[in-house]
Design a protein around this ligand. Structure first.
Ligand code: NAD
Ligand code: UFG
Length: 345
């Protein structure tokens, strides 16, 4: 995107998904025009109406796969976006262990196609959804962007591969303006209760699982281990409200408008929360009990992970504003009003 000549259209790959859909709301609020490109492999078209309801306008939507160069090129030709927010990807760690080739093909292969098309169409601004998973089991917390990168599963390997791809690209061609935003643990929902996370099947992640227990869809939470070297023995993570996370993306677009280069930036709160702290906070927010049992550790899990978020503050002027009670209250509102997610009104 050129300064003094702002193109307000932003292509949002994976824009029907959890984070991408919330990003659309924040993009509209900041005066941008999101265009959603998504193959709906892990999302529901109904979310687009909900974005419209919440934002006052619905984004254009094209159903398509990022591995399909022709489809992508057609979108660039008709909408002429000035920048891309790239959320499209598969993200289930367990599935990635079973189907590593699918993850390489979809996430890395898909990103290669997207970058080729962007290059051809002369669009060089990209915000990429990376993950704290690129730090693997960290040597120390809080984690700064200089911490060594390592992959501990095929999903994490795809994020690492894409970050390296983007490094090579920016080193070769000075026109690129790229940010890899390394998310810690996104949770929460839009405060309206109309949009939120709607995982297919049994949730892999803590927050949606707790929410489904609280609403009565599941009997009890399994706490994966209470013998970690943490204050209460359960795993510690840096949970970040999705509305804070997507605000960080809008701030990043402004950073990219200011100049070329590659940025690797953590998006987290800088605070670690244990599984049991999360259970307590959710009970307080919902007024419901969240029964749990402690079971064995989940293979591959790490003890503790939280961000040093100072680079985001310096580069973007961004800090997370919403606290743990807000994350729980907003998740609960969404879960209670939409017990089956987007499947029914
Ligand atoms: P999500 O599954 O809700 O959204 C991803 C969207 O991408 C879905 O709508 C899916 O249909 C779409 N998609 C997948 N493959 C596609 C393809 N080949 N072509 C077109 N669309 C495709 O996931 P999310 O939680 O919103 O995550 C968004 C991004 O953020 C992902 O890249 C994920 O790896 C990354 N991330 C997520 C988390 C998290 O905990 N949610 C943490 C770190 C990073
Ligand atoms: N946990 C439970 N019970 C559950 C689910 C999770 O006790 O049913 C615990 C985990 O053991 C961990 C914590 O809750 O201590 C958080 O687990 P999540 O699955 O919600 O999140 P993770 O940090 O394990 O994984 C997330 C993303 C991954 C990403 C990783 C590192 O889901 O995609 O962060 O960035 F790879």
């Amino acid at each position: 995107m050129k300064p003094n000549h702002p193109n307000r259209k932003v292509l949002v790959t994976g824009g029907a998904g959890y984070i991408g859909s919330h990003a659309c709301v924040s993009l509209f609020a900041a005066g941008y025009q999101p265009v959603v490109f998504d193959n709906l492999c892990n999302s529901h078209a109904r979310v687009l109406e909900r974005i419209g309801e919440v934002a006052g306008q619905a984004p254009d939507f094209i159903e398509g796969d990022i591995r399909d160069a022709q489809a992508l090129e057609a979108v660039f030709r008709s909408f002429e976006p000035g920048a891309v927010m790239h959320f499209a990807g598969l993200k289930a760690v367990g599935e990635s262990v079973e189907r590593p080739h699918l993850y390489q093909d979809n996430n890395v292969g898909g990103t290669r196609v997207l970058l080729d098309v962007m290059q051809r169409m002369g669009v060089h601004s990209l915000v990429f959804s990376s993950s704290a998973t690129v730090y693997g089991d960290p040597d120390e917390v809080p984690i700064t962007e200089h911490a060594p990168r390592r992959a501990t599963n095929p999903y994490g390997q795809t994020k690492l591969d894409i970050e390296r791809l983007l490094e090579t690209l920016t080193a070769k061609d000075a026109r690129w303006r790229i940010a890899c935003l390394r998310y810690f643990n996104p949770v929460g929902a839009h405060p309206s209760g109309r949009m939120g996370e709607d995982p297919a099947g049994t949730p892999n992640n803590l927050m949606p699982f707790i929410a489904q227990v609280a609403v009565g869809r599941r009997e009890r939470l399994q706490v994966f281990g209470n013998d970690y070297d943490t204050p209460d023995g359960t795993g510690v993570r840096d949970y970040i409200h999705v509305m804070d996370l997507v605000q960080g993306h809008v701030d990043t677009l402004r950073l990219l408008e200011a100049g070329a280069g590659l940025h690797m930036i953590n998006l987290g709160t800088g605070r670690g929360v244990s599984v049991l702290e999360m259970v307590n906070a959710f009970e307080a927010a919902s007024g419901r009990r969240v029964p749990y049992e402690v079971v064995a550790r989940r293979p591959g899990d790490i003890a503790a992970c939280w961000a040093d978020a100072s680079l985001a503050r310096e580069r973007l002027g961004w800090t997370a504003e919403r606290d743990l009670p807000a994350m729980c209250v907003d998740t609960w509102r969404w879960q209670q009003q939409n017990p089956r997610g987007y499947a029914e009104d």
